[in-house]
Write a protein that binds this ligand. Structure first.
Ligand SMILES: Nc1ncnc2c1ncn2[C@@H]1O[C@H](COP(=O)(O)OP(=O)(O)OP(=O)(O)O)[C@@H](O)[C@H]1O
Length: 285
């Protein structure tokens, strides 16, 4: 399977933070959800992918080559969606369209008009005055109208009400009907990804914790409940983290099949949500 983006052993050090030996791929034709708590390094990694900052070492390839090779062509093929950041803040959508259309070889004016109308974006409002949800929708409409193949979204649903969130997720799901498109989507709202992601990449403190397809993660992980007296030292090694209460334990395992074989009759094993995986892996559940 072709990769839209590939990171190999990437390092980037700031004074108080480092991306360390990070390797993962973004598969072409799929939605990859990029999760991690505040300050995990998601935006830094997105900036590295887009060549907005440079890595100290390691290799980053976009569409199979270094970003700077055929850079203009790459910019045509990528749509970067970031709710708080817009060019042309003081133009109306109508005026911005005229400016931006010149930059993109594949710009489709009719398609853009249809998105603006359908998403009920106000043609005559200055971009600076758009709400957060409208700004995100506008960015997506722009990316789709220049036929971007790779959409990179930095927390597109954060701070949005459930209706706007749903509209954006529906729009992205619609985009994915086109099998040539790839979406890389950072968020800490893991429930968004339960709906639309095919792959999950999970980072914490600049390090990779998990990068796999969602079905494998669902099979591998489980939330287990049972009596505390079952937890001997060997059994504990099968858990990522365990919470003990007066009535029993609840723990996250990444060896659900083995737990089922060993303890199946004595415990209850449920599907672990992405939120469970995040909380148990990095926090104190
Ligand atoms: N230019 C910079 N100089 C120094 N430190 C930086 C710089 N940019 C980011 N950082 C630090 O890198 C760390 C990761 O930040 P980043 O914005 O990548 O995290 P994030 O996962 O996107 O967080 P959030 O979910 O809160 O948006 C933070 O500690 C941040 O302060």
């Amino acid at each position: 399977m072709e990769d839209a983006v590939r990171l190999q052993h990437v390092n980037k050090t700031y004074k108080d933070f480092a991306i360390s030996d990070l390797s993962f791929t973004v598969k072409k034709g799929y939605v990859t959800g990029f999760i991690g708590p505040n300050g995990a390094g998601k935006t830094t990694i997105i900036k590295l992918m887009l060549n907005l900052i440079n890595q100290d070492s390691g290799i980053i390839q976009v569409f199979g080559e270094d970003y700077t090779t055929n850079i203009n062509e790459k910019k045509q093929r990528i749509g970067f969606i970031y709710a708080d950041h817009h060019l042309y803040q003081h133009l109306t959508i109508k005026k911005m369209k005229k400016v931006i259309a010149q930059f993109y070889k594949k710009w489709d004016d009719t398609l853009f008009d249809s998105y603006v109308n359908r998403l009920q974006l106000p043609w005559d409002k200055k971009i600076v005055n758009l709400s957060k949800g409208m700004g995100t929708k506008l960015s997506i409409a722009i990316a789709l109208s220049h036929h971007a193949e790779l959409l990179i979204l930095d927390e597109p649903t954060s701070g949005l009400d459930p209706i706007s969130r749903r509209e954006i997720l529906d729009l992205l799901a619609e985009v994915m009907q086109d099998e040539e498109k790839t979406i890389f989507f950072s968020t800490h709202i893991t429930s968004d990804l339960e709906q639309i992601a095919d792959y999950i990449t999970f980072i914490h403190e600049g390090k990779l914790l998990l990068s796999d397809n969602k079905e494998s993660i669902t099979e591998q992980y489980g939330l287990v409940r049972g009596p505390v007296d079952l937890l001997d030292d060997d059994i504990r090694t099968l858990f990522v983290n365990v919470r003990e209460t007066a009535i029993g334990f609840e723990g996250l395992t990444n060896q659900a099949a083995l737990i089922r074989r060993l303890m199946g009759d004595h415990v209850v094993i449920e599907r672990a949500s992405l939120e469970d995986i995040m909380v148990y892996t990095i926090g104190n559940p």
